[in-house]
Design a protein around this ligand. Structure first.
Ligand code: OGA
Ligand code: NI
Length: 339
């Protein structure tokens, strides 16, 4: 394959969508049927009433599997810098970016495209830079040194996001009626990965996706969205809702591991990213993950009410291998771990 056509952020202006990106008619996004979501929960983490925060988080995790947070402790300045350096990276010359290109999902730094190029039949209109972020001392030295500020900015952003993530994990634990550190004890020391997503303008957005419907395989995800360009959609009661960017907010979505740990009380929500014809869109997803050897199971306190365990015990390493061995479009990976 030619260097230019491996990725979609290649500077080429397409007038029609290349056929390998065209979805069959029944699988298209039907953009006109999508409504803007007015009611997506917005939770103010600066609120002094901690028990009110926990209650709202619990409601959002049960009813939506996603929510937005404001006053979350990650400064406006660092969020802006993060988005800017992401843009600078993706607008580097193609040859420079392609030095990092890889299709191996287990590499700790890689530029890639679509979702799982090795397994899928139709591609997605997305490139992404995937980084391992924790421990920072171990991984940051492998990150791109071009743009020259990349390591410093992304490093700072990751530290802030981790702090927020661990606070949310405790609140989620409490919202299930568990001790603050209960989930942390099960999931072990959290891993942290980042996917910097870049969706170039697409000639025929009705025919394809940036990311098709999927659930995230990790514990939960903290998403920084482009401030201007929308594209994130969430499935609620069988309908796709657009989550428009809200200034200074971060979007949180529950992933498969919190669905398992909560014994299905909290939903690992289906979401997708659609593309548009006019502007590139950037998003930065931070994935908090269990440690690889963590044995995932729901704590016994959750069975007191009589609901039997839905999932069998498994390690996160097993789950991750299974997830990447599939195509994103297949059934929910968690289904394969049911009792
Ligand atoms: C993801 C994801 C959504 C977006 O990276 O897993 O769901 O809006 N991204 O880019
Ligand atoms: Ni996702």
């Amino acid at each position: 394959m030619l260097l230019e056509t491996k990725v979609v952020s290649n500077g080429i202006k397409y007038s029609t969508l290349p056929t390998s990106y065209v979805r069959p008619v029944t699988e298209r996004p039907k953009l006109l049927e999508v409504t803007d979501c007015e009611k997506v929960p917005v939770i103010d983490l600066g609120c002094e009433d901690e028990s009110f925060i926990i209650q709202q988080i619990g409601d959002a995790c049960r009813d939506y599997g996603f929510f937005q947070v404001i006053n979350h402790g990650v400064s406006e300045e660092i969020m802006e810098k993060m988005l800017k350096v992401a843009d600078d990276f993706f607008t580097l010359p193609l040859e420079e970016k392609m030095k990092l290109y890889s299709e191996d999902p287990f590499k700790t730094v890689r530029l890639s495209t679509s979702s799982n190029v090795m397994k899928e039949t139709v591609h997605n209109w997305r490139d992404y830079l995937r980084l391992h972020c924790y421990p920072l001392e171990k991984y940051a030295s492998e990150w791109p040194s071009n743009p020259s500020t990349f390591k410093e900015i992304v490093g700072k952003y990751c530290i802030k996001i981790r702090f927020l993530g661990l606070r949310l994990q405790q609140a989620i634990s409490e919202s299930l009626g568990l001790e603050k550190d209960c989930i942390e004890k099960i999931l072990g020391q959290s891993g942290q990965h980042m996917s910097i997503n870049y969706y170039p303008p697409c000639p025929e957005p009705e025919l394809t996706y940036g990311l098709p419907a999927h659930a995230d395989p990790n514990s939960f995800t903290i998403l920084l969205q482009d401030t201007q360009v929308s594209g994130l959609q969430v499935l609620k009661d069988g309908k796709w809702l657009a989550v428009k960017p809200l200034p200074n907010a971060l979007v949180i979505n529950i992933g498969d591991q919190l669905q398992a740990v909560s014994n299905g009380k909290y939903k690992s929500v289906w979401h997708r990213a659609v593309v548009n014809a006019d502007k590139p869109r950037i998003s930065v997803a931070s994935f908090l993950c269990p440690s690889n050897d963590a044995v995932i199971n729901a704590p016994k306190e959750l069975f007191i009410s009589g609901s039997p365990p839905i999932y069998r015990d498994y390690t996160y390493a097993d789950y991750y291998k299974k997830y990447w061995g599939r195509n994103l479009d297949e059934e929910h990976c968690l289904e394969l771990f049911k009792n």
